[in-house]
Design a binder for this molecule. Structure first.
Ligand code: ATR
Length: 288
């Protein structure tokens, strides 16, 4: 693509930003669709100035990463209900008066699950963790009408706090907070488990938040939000007990694809999505 007087700019704001895979996603999409668009990482310290400056520069869209996903909210013109409930925004879309914020991390997770044939409605879900990621997953599961969320966390008080918030939002006892070692109390059926702790993240590849085989006997599907390593210890433990296991790379793929769809008002086919997925794997040094 030739950069000229009509080139639109999108980008990522965060700190740090240099290891991001987002330029692979968005610049490949721009090329594939023949859009005159360039996507660049922006190292940002002052979020307010960055958002107001981007608006003044007519930047079409931004992704937002750590540590600005909540800090960006006061500077938005409008916010999507899921992002508002979660309190974290990772995608900004230019509107006439400013930016509208979305959380495509969660819609990306949902689309990644659907792409693997996993549906959330009318089933119980186990969430491991009660940090920022787990809290967002709990809200998303609430929006998707799961029947019950069992939230297992090392610090029970944190799971209780998240349960209080989510249950208050939905007006029912949706989230049941549990200690990490209380999995004996889970219902006696094979469950969907979303691994939302930071345990097992590279370089701590050999760690898993629960290692007891007895827990994995209860797992039908294990979905890890981590994508580095490509196969986490949690995933290995799931597979060893006969469960299906997925990593978080498709979540990363689809959060980007959904952002791009919003910026350009298009829809991206499964075939194009998989082509980009292969490019991301290559960029990460994964062969298979
Ligand atoms: P994120 O924004 O990625 O969710 P976070 O908010 O710091 O990160 O949350 C990290 C999660 O991983 C928490 O659920 C944390 O458990 P605690 O609430 O008990 O701290 C969990 N976690 C991190 N290290 C852990 C460990 N060694 N064992 C068990 N859980 C761990």
């Amino acid at each position: 693509m030739e950069i000229n007087g009509k080139t639109s700019v999108c980008g990522l704001i965060g700190n740090p930003v240099e290891h991001t895979l987002s330029p692979v996603i968005h610049n490949t999409l721009a090329k594939e669709f023949g859009h005159n668009l360039a996507y660049v990482p922006f190292l940002v310290e002052n979020v307010k100035q960055a958002v107001l400056g981007a608006d003044a520069l007519h930047i079409l869209g931004l992704n937002v990463t750590v540590p600005h996903k909540s800090a960006v909210i006061p500077y938005l013109q409008e916010i999507d209900p899921l992002a508002k409930a979660i309190g974290a925004v990772n995608t900004l879309v230019k509107t006439p008066g400013g930016y509208k914020g979305y959380n495509t991390d969660m819609s990306g997770l949902l689309r990644a699950m659907r792409s693997e044939g996993i549906t959330l409605a009318n089933r119980p879900v186990v969430i491991l963790g009660a940090g920022g990621a787990a809290r967002a997953v709990a809200f998303m599961c609430g929006f998707e009408e799961v029947t019950q969320i069992y939230m297992l966390n090392r610090s029970l008080d944190k799971a209780q706090a998240v349960a209080g918030e989510v249950n208050g939002y939905f007006g029912k006892e949706l989230v049941r907070p549990m200690a990490l070692d209380a999995y004996d109390e889970l219902p006696n059926e094979k469950l969907l488990v979303i691994q939302s702790t930071s345990v097992g993240l590279s370089p701590n590849d050999d760690d898993a938040v629960i290692t007891d085989e007895a827990f994995y006997e209860r797992v039908a599907i294990g979905f890890d939000l981590i994508y580095k390593p490509f196969e986490t210890r949690f995933m290995k433990l799931c597979k060893e007990r006969g469960a299906q296991a997925y990593n978080g790379l498709k979540m990363l793929l689809y959060q980007g694809i959904i952002a791009y769809e919003k910026w350009m008002e298009i829809s991206v086919s499964d075939e194009t999505s998989m082509m980009i997925y292969e490019k991301m794997k290559k960029a990460m040094g994964i062969d298979a």
